[in-house]
Write a protein that binds this ligand. Structure first.
Ligand SMILES: Cc1cc2nc3c(=O)[nH]c(=O)nc-3n(C[C@H](O)[C@H](O)[C@H](O)COP(=O)(O)O)c2cc1C
Length: 190
């Protein structure tokens, strides 16, 4: 099969859309982040890549903690707003009602269905971005977004992001059970 070469680009689909929260100069600040991923299961480590010029970074450094907040599609305008305007110019502290957990200094957005409270573990600098690795010390969710004790993706209705069409997307249909559906696959000789 002949494939087109697209260059060394970050074509990963889908990307999450999260809000990273940090307290800068004593006030909550949230920025929108698509470069976010889980690094380790136990301890629970999460990484966010943030441009070195952004305002939030200094708050993460100041307090050694941050939060990762998962907005639902109903929060699309607030989420985009936090990705357009920098806290250096606009006070974003009232975009969400903030609450605090055991670390005391990582603001979390009340309106977001799921919040991950993170203790800063490591900063890895690259050319443009720096990656903040946080240890998730507590996860929070409103009861209405759970099925049993687990967050329910349908109820959360998270915002997906596609970088190269600059668009937000919603979660589609459920395809099947993981660690199960593959059992029916039979390898054919080539
Ligand atoms: C959908 C979307 C995704 C974004 N993803 C990232 C990202 O992964 N890393 C980053 O540094 N900036 C990202 N940005 C840009 C920042 O959110 C934006 O520059 C923000 O205003 C910085 O806020 P701050 O200066 O208050 O920290 C994204 C923006 C949008 C709209």
């Amino acid at each position: 099969m002949k494939k087109e070469k697209l260059g060394a680009k970050t074509f990963l689909y889908p990307m999450p859309t999260v809000l990273v929260g940090a307290r800068v100069k004593g006030k909550p600040n949230y920025l929108t982040v698509a470069y976010c991923g889980i690094m380790n299961h136990d301890p629970a480590l999460i990484a966010v890549a943030i441009n070195k010029a952004h305002y939030t970074n200094r708050g993460i450094r100041e307090n050694d903690c941050f939060s990762v907040n998962i907005p639902s599609t109903a929060l699309i305008r607030q989420t985009d707003f936090c990705g357009i305007f920098s806290g250096a110019r606009v006070d974003k502290s009232a975009v969400f009602a903030s609450f605090y957990g055991k670390l005391k200094k990582a603001p979390m957005a009340e309106e977001c269905p799921v919040n991950l409270e993170c203790r800063l573990r490591q900063i890895i600098p690259f050319s443009v971005d720096e990656v903040f690795i946080g240890e998730i010390v507590q996860a929070y969710a409103h009861k209405r977004f759970l099925s049993g004790k687990m967050p329910d993706i349908k109820k959360i209705d998270p915002i997906l992001f596609s970088m190269h069409d600059y668009s937000y997307w919603a979660v589609g249909r459920r395809l099947g059970k993981a660690w199960s559906i593959g059992e029916k696959f039979k390898i054919k000789p080539r």
